[in-house]
Design a protein around this ligand. Structure first.
Ligand code: PLP
Length: 421
């Protein structure tokens, strides 16, 4: 069971009929289930058993402030990759001492902000970055806590855009650079190495890449400790996959199958374990609701033209990502292979290609499933389209947690430059 189920010929989220939300909130809009977010967090925590890791939610997956408050209230931490995400994490209840700051291109201003707000740690991604943090920390009269993000050259075999742990990826410190860094450790007086970090990629659907990363960190931890460092934490990154093909099934079992085999290995570390889930916490808890504007047939192709497109949900266009598309009010019309496309002026603007769907008509509502992660955060104003609204369902209530963008949002910059001319 998930929060999304059909009941009385209508797709519902918890106790709310999605068609009823669409009567008051203009489409397209994202809709999230509070219960599903809690259930996902619970499934992840349970799967780790007595390892009891510090779970740091990766804000990049979905940084809606209301959802951030919901998650921080559960007592977890935050994984952030920009000054903006540090700001959002702090504003929305994540304590500084549970914030881990990663990112391959931290600016000086972001590093200074992180240090001045005393975040738990900065996971550094290059030797040069270590030098920059040392300098900034010296200027601030601080000792910066850092973790070394390692590039372990592990292939998680997913889409190349979401693989981050191969030697050819830009992320992390290579194993050769790591040895050079360990030698230089005594020369840093304003840096304290307190952790190790690996994030090998997203959509990891088996335990093996995690086990390989854990093994790698065990070796590197020994090297660091032999050089005099005392580690507070080992951070195994995020990357736990979700099943985009099974949106009406609970993810708890597969979360357990992938994560629980890690527990025995993690228990052997004598320090805190950090896990940084993004997608697995929120993807299955959200959908994008869109309305059919037109249907059209050209040659042997059938198009369903929806009012949501790549500016609302980029993943299909960017990664050829699969999202199930379900009718909000199912019917028994015949099935037909269709391309579900958006209104944006790009042939690459689609939500699904060659998908078998019951015939749809102008005005029908469609739910693009498993859209709670890397959905709204990747939306844009391309074609001067306002960003979609976001709605949160809690039991039988729903509320708008971000209003739809407006045309005047689009005009803001232009007004400023007119004033200057
Ligand atoms: C450092 C780091 N941690 C955690 C995550 C979250 O990954 P996911 O959403 O796949 O769990 C990412 C995603 O890119 C990341 O770069």
């Amino acid at each position: 069971m998930t929060a999304f189920q059909y009941h009385n010929s209508s797709l519902r989220c918890e106790g709310v009929a999605i068609s009823e939300v669409a009567e008051v909130v203009p489409t397209p809009f994202y809709l999230y289930s509070k219960a599903a977010i809690h259930a996902n967090l619970d499934a992840i925590s349970t799967a780790f058993g007595d390892v009891n890791p510090l779970i740091c939610y990766a804000l990049k997956a979905n940084s809606n402030p209301h959802l951030l408050r919901l998650l921080s209230a559960c007592g977890i931490g935050a994984d952030v990759v920009s000054g903006g995400e540090i700001y959002l994490a702090l504003e929305n209840g994540f304590p500084a001492d549970k914030i881990v700051f990663a990112g391959v291109g931290k600016t000086d201003a972001e590093i200074e902000y992180a240090l001045s707000r005393n975040v738990y740690t900065l996971n550094v991604e290059s030797l040069q970055e270590v030098g920059v943090i040392e300098e900034i920390a010296r200027r601030l009269g601080q000792q910066a806590r850092v973790g070394l993000r390692i590039n372990p050259d592990i292939d998680v075999e997913g889409h190349p855009y979401i693989s981050t742990g191969k030697a050819s990826n830009k992320f992390g410190i290579s194993l050769e650079e790591f040895d050079a860094l360990v030698e230089r450790l005594p020369s840093y007086s304003n840096i304290k190495v307190v952790g190790l970090h690996i994030h090998t990629g997203s959509m990891i659907d088996r335990s093996q890449p995690y086990l390989a990363a854990i093994e790698c960190m065990r070796r590197l931890k020994h090297k660091l400790e032999a050089a005099g460092a005392k580690l507070d934490y080992v951070d195994i990154g995020g990357g736990l996959s979700v099943d985009y093909h099974a949106p009406l099934e609970s993810p708890a079992e597969r979360i357990h199958a992938i994560i629980s085999p890690l527990a025995a290995e993690l228990r052997r570390f004598d320090c805190r374990i950090i896990f940084e889930p993004g997608r697995s916490l929120v993807a299955s808890a959200g959908i994008l609701v869109t309305r059919v504007l037109y249907t059209k047939h050209t040659g042997d192709k059938h198009f369903v033209i929806a009012d949501a497109g790549m500016s609302d949900l980029l993943r299909p266009s960017l990664y050829s990502a699969h999202h199930e598309i379900l009718p909000v009010c199912p019917n028994d019309r015949p099935l037909r292979h269709v391309d579900v496309v958006g209104p944006v002026c790009e042939s690459g603007d689609f939500l699904a290609k060659d998908r078998l769907l019951p015939e749809v008509e102008r005005g029908d509502l469609l739910a693009v499933m498993t859209a709670g992660a890397y959905g709204f955060v990747l939306s844009s104003n391309y074609n001067s389209r306002p960003r979609p609204a976001e709605v949160l369902v809690n039991a039988s209530d729903h509320k708008v947690i971000r209003e739809r963008g407006t045309w005047s949002d689009l005009q803001r910059e232009v007004t400023d430059s007119r004033e200057n001319s």
